[in-house]
Design a protein around this ligand. Structure first.
Ligand code: AMP
Length: 195
């Protein structure tokens, strides 16, 4: 099977976690989630965890050099060469995207595409409120979504400029959304196979 090289994007509450897990099942890429890697480093009390933990608690981004290094190192492992990757939570800024482009090209790989699950703000707010978590006040949700918007908008432009962006409607049944995702991914894979 062709190895996929993908980025998945989506607001909190967009169903990104669910769909990422389904993509891993269907296409078998290595799931590279920077949030998960950083949380594991914090839990293990490593040097990286100590450097990243305070920034994460404050809701700030971890520095580009640090995060680019972690991802470059992970993508250089042999399982990724064999199975491809699904990047989740990275890149977060155009600078990170440019760094990614650099180390992928050094490894002789290119991205097949960046898929964004599009779910309107009103809908993700309703979904998060319905979870009823204590940190999910309407005010806190709005702040996190605003931050996502300001972070992500320039990144979407970066992918779009390179013809890599696929906007996928994330509304509706989980199976239906997965069907839309796999349709655009399969189309991209057949394009890159043909070239
Ligand atoms: P996430 O689970 O993707 O929301 O990530 C949790 C936290 O980890 C973020 O709030 C950031 O502090 C940090 N983080 C994860 N990915 C990145 C990244 N690509 N660049 C900078 N910081 C990141």
């Amino acid at each position: 099977m062709t190895a996929v090289h993908l980025v998945i994007l989506g607001r909190q509450g967009s169903g990104k976690g669910t769909q990422a897990a389904r993509l891993v099942e269907a296409y078998s890429p290595i799931h590279v989630s920077t949030g998960d890697m950083l949380r594991a480093a914090v839990a293990d009390g490593t040097e990286l965890g100590r450097r990243a933990g305070a920034l994460m608690d404050a809701g700030d981004l971890v520095g580009d050099d640090l995060i680019n290094g972690i991802v470059a190192e992970r993508l250089a492992r042999s399982d990724v060469a064999e199975h491809g990757f699904l990047l989740d939570g990275y890149p977060r800024t155009p600078d990170q995207a440019t760094a990614m482009e650099g180390f992928l090209s050094e490894a002789g790989t290119t991205l097949d595409g960046a898929v964004i699950l599009e779910v309107p703000v009103d809908e993700v707010t309703a979904r998060m409120l319905a979870r009823g978590r204590v940190d999910d006040t309407e005010e806190a949700i709005r702040r996190r979504l605003d931050l996502y918007e300001s972070e992500t908008a320039p990144l979407l432009a970066w992918f779009a400029d390179r013809g890599l962006l696929e906007v996928v409607d994330g509304m509706g049944d989980e199976d239906v959304v997965f069907g839309r995702l796999s349709t655009v991914i399969d189309a991209r894979l057949s394009l890159s196979d043909a070239s």
